[in-house]
Design a protein. Structure first.
Length: 59
């Protein structure tokens, strides 16, 4: 049986919901670019992902 922490906390916490599939795809693409460049990366690239604020009782 799985008990999620969010189900037992009081008050319920406000969180940020993100598109994990989009983040995973971007991560894999970045890794493939690094591999294709023979690991010649001068600086890690920054990428921002959108999120949705999920307001709950703690807000």
């Amino acid at each position: 049986m799985i008990i999620l922490l969010q189900n037992i906390l009081a008050p319920s916490l406000t969180t940020v919901s993100q598109d994990y599939e989009e983040i995973a795809e971007a991560s894999v693409n970045s890794l493939l670019e690094i591999i294709d460049s023979n690991y010649e990366v001068e600086r890690a690239a920054d990428k921002l992902f959108s999120g949705r604020l999920v307001l709950r009782d703690s807000a």
